[in-house]
Design a protein around this ligand. Structure first.
Ligand code: CAA
Length: 263
């Protein structure tokens, strides 16, 4: 794994699980340009590592996941630079959504603005009861720039998303869970156990099947139902050309555990 200044990466805590931690605790893990670049770079590195099956993304300390894009750094941007910055956030979100591996956002405090958007790009949001979510950009005279207006609407429905984006209100983890923004709500002490359990369950499955399921479900979001179902059928059929399908089904009929090779 490469050298990073603003993030750390751990792959040794549990087989198959990589933990990426944003480490700008003094700025509540706000995303500056350098951190966005590092996160995108690490996503690329983890993508190429077959031993990594699930990526958890979190923020250092117990106060914040990520309190947004770095306001100090954005303050003096002009429109052209702001577009570049938004594209950098967009590229990170695209690399997470386009990844073969499931990403879990582990939210332990403030997930605001770009932090909420980073969580929304992940496949799952696991949060402790102390988490706080919101898109407060309008309070700064701007709007979400890392995909929040779109991904939040798709996740919680456009009316709820408008309410959050237009008021800039923050909501508790309980409320976020109630509206479907949070997938798993856990006591702070139990949060990582839940992440590890899910990572373990996913890592037991066929890697190609997990990757194809994610790809097809993600792609289907912007397709007609007919086209999306056709995409699923092609992916289903394609998996019958893999060793993983032979292994998975042979193991079932032989009453043994499968050993998937990811081929
Ligand atoms: N950018 C840069 N620095 C930030 C930050 C951010 N988004 N959020 C917090 N910080 C810094 C603070 O400036 C402060 O630094 P100093 O100690 O050097 O003064 C430090 O983190 C601690 O923050 P607070 O003292 O403000 O802590 P608090 O407990 O009183 O409040 C908070 C916590 C409610 C999260 C408050 O910090 C806050 O409102 N932060 C900004 C949240 C926000 O507006 N996020 C959206 C950013 S815009 C965006 O993300 C655009 C986009 O979509 C791309």
């Amino acid at each position: 794994m490469g050298q990073y200044e603003h993030i750390s990466v751990e792959t040794g805590t549990q087989p198959g699980l990589a933990v990426v931690t944003i480490r700008r605790e003094k700025a509540l893990n706000a995303l500056n340009d350098a951190t966005l670049r590092e996160l995108t770079r690490v996503a690329g590195e983890l993508e190429d590592d077959d031993d990594v099956r699930v990526v958890a993304v979190t923020g250092a300390g117990d106060k914040a996941f990520v309190a947004g894009a770095d306001i100090g750094e954005m303050k003096d941007l002009g429109p052209r630079e702001a577009k570049d910055f938004a594209e950098r956030g967009g590229a990170l979100a695209a690399s997470i959504e386009g990844s073969k591996k499931p990403y879990i956002a582990v939210v332990n405090g403030f997930a605001l603005g770009g932090g909420c958007e980073l969580a929304l790009a992940c496949d799952f949001i696991y949060a402790s009861g102390s988490a706080v979510f919101g898109q407060p950009e309008v309070k700064l005279g701007v709007i979400p720039g890392f995909g929040g207006t779109q991904r939040l609407s798709r996740r919680v429905g456009i009316a709820k998303a408008k309410e959050l984006v237009l008021t800039g209100a923050t909501i508790s983890a309980d409320e976020a869970s109630r509206i479907g923004l949070v997938d798993v709500l856990a006591e702070p002490d139990a949060l990582w156990d839940r992440v590890r359990e899910s990572a373990k369950a996913i890592a037991k499955n066929g890697p190609l099947a997990v990757a194809e399921a994610k790809r097809v479900m993600q792609a289907g979001q912007s397709m007609t139902l007919e086209h999306a179902v056709d995409t699923e059928q092609r992916a289903f059929a394609g998996l019958f050309a893999t060793g993983d399908q032979k292994e998975g089904m042979d193991a079932f009929v032989s009453k043994r555990k499968p050993e998937f090779g990811g081929r």
